[in-house]
Design a protein. Sequence first.
Lengths: 495, 431
Amino acid sequence: MTRTVVLDGTLDAFRAHARALIGEGVPPEGIRWRDPLRSPRAEGAEPGLFGATDAPSPLPDRTAAVRSPALELPRAYVDALPTISCYRDESVWRALYVVAWRIARGDRGLMADPLDADVAVLQRMRKAIGRDAHKMHAFVRFRRIEDPGARGGERFIAWYRPSHLIVEREASFFRGRFPSMDWSILTPDRCAHWDGREVRFTEGAPRDAAPDHDELEELWCTYYASIFNPARVKISAMVAEMPRKFWDTLPETKQIPELLADVPRRLEEMARNSRAVADSAAPFVPFGAPLDELRETLPGCEGCELHRNGTRAVAGEGPQDASTVLLGEQPGDTEERAGRPFIGPAGEVLDAALEVAGIRREALYVTNAVKHFRHEPAPRGKRRLHKRPTIEHVTRCQPWLDAELAAVAPRALVCLGATAARAVFGPTFRMPDPGAAPEARTSRYADATLVTFHPAAILRAEDPARAAAMRAHLEQTLRATLADPAATTARPSPG
Amino acid sequence: MAMDTADKLRILADAAKYDASCASSGAKRSNGGKGLGNATGMGICHSYTPDGRCVSLLKILLTNRCIYDCRYCVNRVSNDVPRAGFTVEEVVRLTIEFYRRNYIEGLFLSSGVVMDSDRTMDLLAEVARRLREEEGFHGYIHLKGVVGASEEALTKAGQYADRVSANVELPVQADLDRLAPEKSIDEAESAMAFLKEGIDEAKGRGRRRASTPGGTAGARRGRRRFAPAGQSTQMIVGATPSPDRSVLETADRLYGTHGLRRVYYTAYSPIPRAHQDLPTAQPSLVREHRLYQADWLLRFYGFRIDEVVTRGDGNLDLEVDPKMAWALAHRDFFPVDVNTAPKEALLRVPGLGTRSVGRILGARRRRRLREADLKQLRAPLKRVLPFIVCADSWDGAVRDLDLEDLREKVRTKDRQLLLFEANGSAKTGQV
């Protein structure tokens, strides 16, 4: 004769019945487990619709349980019990009873056998719960509302549909994570509410009990759309981890069809952009050419946007066999008009320093790190105001410098100012103190490379003492190039 | 939040996606019932994008402005892309507001180098400091360790972050010389060495404290932590001709010397407006996958580099996984008897991972395993069977192990770049 046990959905009721039934020696085939809360008919149905047959069976009296032989189940079973009992199907009770029965009959190691069919069923259930819990931790999305009764005047509310009966079990995760927020998680089964003191549980709630919008969702969707890489579309991997049944409450998934529809266009755009976009002067420089050819080609350069600013490129000046090169930043207003480097106010400072140092300018090759004049648009008739070129301009222009210095191959190179020094030593280079002695070091351009101040910086310096120190540093540095006697005289040209 | 935050987010999230790591695991951080957030040590993926990648952290750059000109990088100074920069406050707000809605596990903050390395590292660490000290945030924080930053700035980063990662970018110095002339592996490694010191020291301190009673919980927390989730690094593969062997040798050295938790390999992804020195074709995603497999074999399966790299050209076999490649080249090692072989031998069988091996060891205590049992344990039979014997193997059979075309039989059909999948969806609107 088959006995029917109707449970009220709680693990405690199952425990009490199971203990008594095992004590009585009732085999699994002799019991039909019923649980209206978990039966397929229960969802959405009115409670009490099925009448008396769904009334929970009375719990076996305690003395009966005490009289039955002590039922001590192994840890592996006891620990898994609370988790597995969240499974949303009444078959879970039979599955649990079968294994308990077999263990009680003497098979103590049963739980450790993954190949046993009954254990495999429990493990499948346990895994499903674990996955469901994990997805709940991940996919709950809170929406913020103003609530004067809540801490901080705000409350965070989520509506979520878990696959199994895990709300009560998983509330502790959210309590642990969001202690300082008042939050509610509403589900069709149960709702959990946290107010900073305790988690309360209430009856299930419909979706429209939760707010339908949050101001942050737009930013979140922006973020989601921006991190998607159209070159690596892998929809199957996405759906495997984020099944469609969850999409309903995930705001970011609304834009997925749109994002995918845009993939071909974005790939085409990427392909277009990856072809032949000049990102430096390199395609315009006749590398290995002598100085006069470089000078002729320079006006055609389109290596950066400065070629469109209405100025002309200013080439370097001086003999190809110069043994010293002076490197400045970029041409100024006067230089751009005349098309020659260092002839404006800064040029005068430089010339004066060269005279003090006893160096003829005609023996030097003088050029700039950036060949175009970057400036602020000036009011009509006024001088155009210098604007410091960025490291991007310097980097893009570098192929010209490479070609010039390859043609000249100087023994000494003097960088005038930070921009010039960074073109040679990299973007983190820091200027020396004006009081420091000139220091020659090796660079990829010249065995003796020195760094000093730009003449224009000397003009701009507000503190006269500092200006004097900078001027002295410039003069000393220029003089230091004389340490090599060849520096003042032109070398015999080869051949 | 204001509209311009959205514009910045668009630019600075897009620019951050070339960093592969999205891990939020490995750190346990509790909030003592106050503040916001925790880290459970497991890591949670809060969403997935259509490229199949997990969204766990708010992964953004503080700015994509950069003084460097690394050719493989979309943010290199010479590239003409829209630039933007967040304020420290904006990143703090975004992190907190996203976290409160359960969108993310925390923050992964990187940046282009502005001014200099030191200043950049300090700004990143300042975001972390404000999140921890002023916002009471206990979620996960991963900061990019800016190579070349001072020890002071790196220390600040380690104090507030769960993980710090200094990238080597390319496997050998010659590759860097070609594509990132301002970077050096030595410099990256000295940052790693410094971080390792901090991590080891904090761990030692934690152990000592745990064994001496009297230290308050408050003293254990806070300043005493240093990157509890350790450090990681990233290498780009396929941007230069360096073979997989160089990549793995560098990874192996970094694991050994600096105690890294992870090395990420990322197939060079053709970036918008790539530099002309770089390949324009998408390098094989399978290659990236094979490197991860090889990395795993080196760390968890007791393989050596010369065992995983079997090809003369120093590259991994793209057709079969590295364990299969080794097995095909060492057929005398097989067959392995699943009912008697030691764990180490089972781990050498293609298709059996640490988890299946664990299940086999558990199940065989109770019975002699047959082919059907292996199937129930979800071992991939097609790949496994040629290399094992089980209770119902028939001695007289012609063994697959001796077949010349075994390689053809066990080959998996890895699909390269599932573009057609995307195109299909684009047409139908179905996903």
